[in-house]
Write a protein that binds this ligand. Structure first.
Ligand code: FAD
Length: 533
């Protein structure tokens, strides 16, 4: 091949490039281009317009097995393999006929008949007038790389099949929390929870439950095993046991080629344990029922005694006033009014009765503040009220927040308070003429507050009584057997938890009670967890 022959299409070069090439040609030795092609490590062939080989370099011989003497004068098609789709050749030639380069992967056969994958670039070479006179073919054997890619793909689909066959939900997260790999069970869970970022949501709950923040856990790459999480999905509580395993992998990005880096991955395994928890829940509910019955008894005794004290206090005050008056009058009389003695006696025995009543008041059970989940408490209350709800034909609409942050509180006290509200709602719907009996319960979060609403479809509370119903011994039920201490006690408990309770004035159907409690700060939960531990 003459050294002056150009190996590129001049027609595609602009004026400046042409000048640069002319300059390079004047500086570089004439045979340098030829030597460079000869010594190149990729297979190079130059053909005429019929693809008859005019030149092949030593690398061509190395790749194909054809010596230059065997190849020159033969068509390039001696390398072709029947399994390459015909359409590829047609496309290749269509490109070349438009004086455009073509690149792609073909199946080639070596001289010994063995196949290999050839990654080929074919470029037309034009003369000074822009007329294509030759073709330049450059190719590499990429069989090994293809096999490697295929192996990786096969392994990936094998891993995916194994993961998909697993009944537990699995997600692999990178350092930024992005899900890199998941399985059927995980995707099904995403559908059920309607949470696209389920893994992160779960980790958020874990962060609140574990003593470390997630960032700290990540920094230390600490694994965690069987951390239990409860989520309300479509109104039903479901329990999951979550485990996380951190592992490191080599960073595959280009800039880590010379300075290998390791990246963290978290393998999150989420196992549903709802069936097991339901059994445990049943046992717990039975124990809770017994406890609540006892607490209710104590509460009603406290209410009755408080009511008796309240009732007795009125006449006692009158007797005290009469005694004071008679004492003042008897100052100027030699003999005191005989009524004074009788009244003093009555006062004394009245006071004695008050002391006895105060002493017989059962103590409130002491309870410590712990992180409390209102979804769980409301579920308990619904469980405890099941018989009553069924007997009264009440339809329950339970809308819990899927994930509810904890509130610091006295668990039994708050549960009892919610039970009081639900009992009030059920009482309100007992009246004749109430056809629709619906109890709506919901929880949500708003500005670092946990919101709980209890709404019934009863007659409601008139607007002017919205504040009075929280006064002790006030009842809208007239002369009822109840002492009218329910809502005042609710208010007292709510206040003791830095919360707010109000009757929603905008509710026109039935009565809607709204409770607000501050979300427990992570620091508090952490310190309480430590104290409890
Ligand atoms: P062919 O009949 O040669 O070609 C199939 C299709 O291409 C038909 O549609 C036909 O009309 C069209 N065609 C063929 N020759 C021409 C032509 N001269 N002008 C216009 N259209 C034409 N093939 C490989 O399999 N492996 C290689 O490594 C390889 N390297 C090549 C390197 C160069 C520089 C060139 C120019 C071509 C190369 N080819 C290569 C393509 C090769 O020339 C054949 O087209 C191909 O091998 C198919 O051969 P065939 O005999 O089965 O079919």
């Amino acid at each position: 091949m003459p050294p002056s022959q150009k190996l590129y299409a001049l027609s595609e070069l602009n004026h400046d490039q042409e000048k640069l090439i002319a300059k390079a040609q004047s500086i570089l030795p004439a045979k340098l281009f030829f030597k460079a092609v000869e010594q190149a490590s990729v297979a190079i062939s130059i053909t005429d317009l019929n693809a008859t080989m005019l030149y092949v370099n030593p690398a061509f011989t190395h790749v194909t097995g054809y010596q230059a003497a065997d190849a020159i004068g033969k068509p390039q098609s001696i390398l072709s393999d029947a399994s390459t789709p015909r359409a590829l050749y047609t496309q290749l030639w269509q490109q070349l006929q438009q004086a455009k380069p073509w690149s792609g992967v073909l199946i080639n056969r070596r001289l010994d008949g063995s196949p290999y994958l050839a990654d080929i670039n074919i470029a037309p070479v034009a003369d000074q007038d822009g007329v294509v006179t030759h073709y330049l073919g450059i190719h590499r054997d990429v069989t090994a790389m293809h096999q490697l890619e295929q192996q990786v793909r096969n392994q990936k689909s094998l891993i995916e099949s194994v993961l998909d066959a697993e009944p537990v939900a699995i997600a692999l997260l990178d350092e930024s929390g992005q899900v890199m790999l998941d399985n059927h069970a995980y995707r099904r869970l995403i559908q059920e929870t309607e949470s696209q970022e389920l893994a992160l949501e779960l980790l958020k709950i874990l962060t609140q439950q574990t003593e470390n923040t997630f960032a700290k856990v990540r920094a230390r790459s600490e694994n965690f095993v069987d951390h239990e999480i409860c989520m309300d999905i479509a109104g039903l509580p479901r329990w999951f046991s979550c485990s996380g395993t951190w592992f490191k992998e080599r960073d595959t990005s280009a800039d880590a080629f010379f300075a290998p880096r390791r990246v963290d991955y978290l393998l999150l395994v989420i196992k549903e344990i709802t069936a097991l928890r339901r059994q445990q829940e049943e046992v717990r509910m039975n124990a809770l029922r017994a406890l609540m019955a006892e607490e209710e008894l104590v509460q009603s005794m406290r209410e009755t005694i408080a009511g008796a004290i309240y009732q007795l206090q009125g006449p006692m005050n009158i007797i005290q006033a009469a005694v004071n008056m008679l004492k003042r009058r008897s100052v100027n009389h030699a003999t005191p009014d005989p009524l004074l003695g009788v009244l003093q006696e009555a006062l004394e025995s009245g006071n004695q009765a008050l002391v006895t009543l105060h002493a017989s008041m059962p103590d409130e059970t002491g309870e410590v503040f712990v992180p409390v989940n209102f979804n769980a408490l409301l579920r308990d209350v619904l469980g405890l009220s099941t018989h009553r709800l069924l007997a009264s034909g009440v339809v329950v609409d339970w809308q819990p927040a899927t994930i509810l942050p904890p509130v610091l509180g006295r668990e039994r006290c708050l549960r009892g308070m919610l039970k009081q509200l639900v009992d009030n709602a059920l009482d309100a719907m007992q009246g004749a003429g109430i056809d629709v009996r619906e109890l709506h319960l919901s929880t949500s979060t708003q500005d670092d507050m946990v919101l709980i609403t209890v709404q019934d479809s009863g007659p409601g509370i008139p607007r002017h009584l919205h504040l009075r119903v929280f006064e002790p011994f006030f009842s809208t039920k007239g002369h009822s057997s109840k002492a009218g201490m329910g809502l005042p006690l609710v208010q007292e408990i709510v206040s003791r938890h830095a919360g707010v309770v109000e009757i929603d004035a905008s509710c026109n159907e039935g009565c809607r009670i709204v409770l607000r409690f501050p979300v427990a700060s992570k620091a508090c939960v952490h310190s309480i967890d430590n104290e409890v531990a």
